[in-house]
Design a protein. Structure first.
Length: 329
C-alpha cells in the first residue's frame, strides 16, 4: 500500500496547508501557502495559493502515485456551484501534475474528521466565527449558526470582541471607571487606557475606533477577553461563561438530547488550553454526559484520510485514520 499516495488540503482565509501521505502513514511532503479561500480572495488568487501549496507537498514525489485528493474549505458549496472557480481549481490541480480526481468538502467536515474516524457525530467550531454541524456517514447533514458576524456566530471570537466593547460602553455611559478588561479594550482601541474628563468624549472615541475598521476586526479583541478570564477578571469570566452557553445552545439545535457519539471541538478558541474550551467542555458534559469530546487536529491529514477511505484497497478506514491523522498535540 505504500506505493499509493493521497493528498489533502486544508484551505483557510489566511493560509493553505497541503500534505501528501502514503497509506501506511508516512508523511511524504507538506506545503503551506497564503489564504486560498475563493470567497475571500477570488478564484484565481485562491487557485494560485492552492498550486503553491501542492507543489511544495509533492516535491520529489511522482504525481502519478497520487490516487485521490480532498480539498477542505469554508464555502465549499459556493465553489462547487461556480463554474469559473471550479475551473481555476481544476487547472491548479492539473498544473501540479495530478491526474487523479479530487473532492471538495466543507471545512466543518474536515475539522470533524481530524478529531475522529466515527462516521456519525457533531462538530463545534469557534474561531473568528462559530458554527455547529451534524455529521452523518461522514457527510454534513445539518448545521446551526455560522450565519456570519451580522446575523449570528454567537459565542465566537467576533462575539467576544463585540460584547467586550458593549460592556465597556455601558460602563462609560454610567460614568463609572472601567474594570481591568475595559481598560485593556480601551487601550487597544484608542491607544490609552485612561478615560477623558468628559465620559462622552471617551465613548465617542471608542465608537469611532470601532466603526473606522471592518466589523470583523472586533474578533482581534477576543484574546483580551480570554486572557482576562484566565486571570479571574469578572467581566472576562462572565463573557466566557455566556459564550460557552451560546455555543452549547447552537449544538443543541441539531444534536439529539441523548446522543452519545463524538462531539469534536475545532477552531482556535476551542482547540487550545483556553478558558472558553474548558467552559464549553463543561457545558457539553452537562448536556451530553458520556459523549466523547475529542479536539480537532491536523486538517490537511484529515482531508487526505477522507480522500483515501474510499480507495478499493482500504478495508479498515478507522485503522487508516489512526495511521494518517496524528492526535492533537
Amino acid at each position: 500500500m505504500s506505493d499509493t499516495v493521497v493528498v489533502g488540503l486544508d484551505v483557510g482565509g489566511t493560509s493553505t496547508r497541503a500534505t501528501a501521505l502514503s497509506l501506511d502513514g508516512v508523511r511524504l511532503g507538506s506545503g503551506r501557502a497564503g489564504g486560498g479561500n475563493p470567497t475571500s480572495h477570488g478564484a484565481e488568487r485562491a487557485a494560485a495559493e492552492l498550486l503553491s501549496a501542492l507543489r511544495a507537498a509533492l516535491a520529489g514525489i511522482d504525481p502519478t502515485r497520487v490516487r485521490a485528493g480532498v480539498i477542505g474549505l469554508a464555502g465549499a458549496g459556493r465553489l462547487l456551484a461556480d463554474p469559473t472557480g471550479r475551473a481555476a481549481f481544476d487547472r491548479a490541480w492539473s498544473e501540479a501534475g495530478l491526474r487523479c480526481p479530487y473532492a471538495v468538502h466543507g471545512d466543518a467536515l474536515v475539522a470533524y474528521a481530524s478529531g475522529t474516524a466515527a462516521p456519525d457525530g457533531t462538530v463545534l467550531i469557534a474561531g473568528t466565527g462559530a458554527i455547529a454541524a451534524q455529521v452523518r456517514a461522514l457527510r454534513l447533514d445539518r448545521t446551526a449558526d455560522g450565519h456570519g458576524w451580522l446575523l449570528g456566530d454567537a459565542g465566537s471570537g467576533f462575539w467576544l470582541g463585540r460584547e467586550a466593547v458593549r460592556r465597556l460602553l455601558a460602563v462609560l455611559d454610567r460614568a463609572d471607571a472601567p474594570g481591568e478588561l475595559g481598560r485593556r479594550v480601551l487601550a487597544e482601541l484608542t491607544g490609552s487606557s485612561e478615560t477623558a474628563a468628559r465620559p462622552r468624549a471617551t465613548v465617542d472615541a471608542v465608537v469611532q475606533a470601532v466603526t473606522r475598521r471592518p466589523p470583523v476586526e472586533l474578533a482581534r479583541l477576543a484574546p483580551l477577553v480570554v486572557a482576562a478570564a484566565r486571570e479571574g477578571e469578572p467581566t472576562g469570566g462572565a463573557l466566557i461563561a455566556e459564550a460557552a452557553a451560546l455555543l452549547a445552545e447552537s449544538v443543541s439545535r441539531i444534536r439529539p438530547t441523548r446522543a452519545s457519539d463524538p462531539l469534536v471541538l475545532g477552531g482556535g478558541l476551542l482547540t487550545g488550553d483556553t478558558p472558553l474550551a474548558d467552559a464549553v467542555r463543561a457545558e457539553l458534559a452537562r448536556r451530553w454526559p458520556g459523549a466523547p469530546v475529542p479536539t480537532a487536529g491536523d486538517g490537511a491529514a484529515a482531508a487526505a484520510w477522507l480522500a483515501a477511505r474510499d480507495l478499493p484497497e482500504v478495508s479498515d478506514p478507522a485503522a487508516l485514520h489512526a495511521r494518517l491523522v496524528p492526535p492533537p498535540a
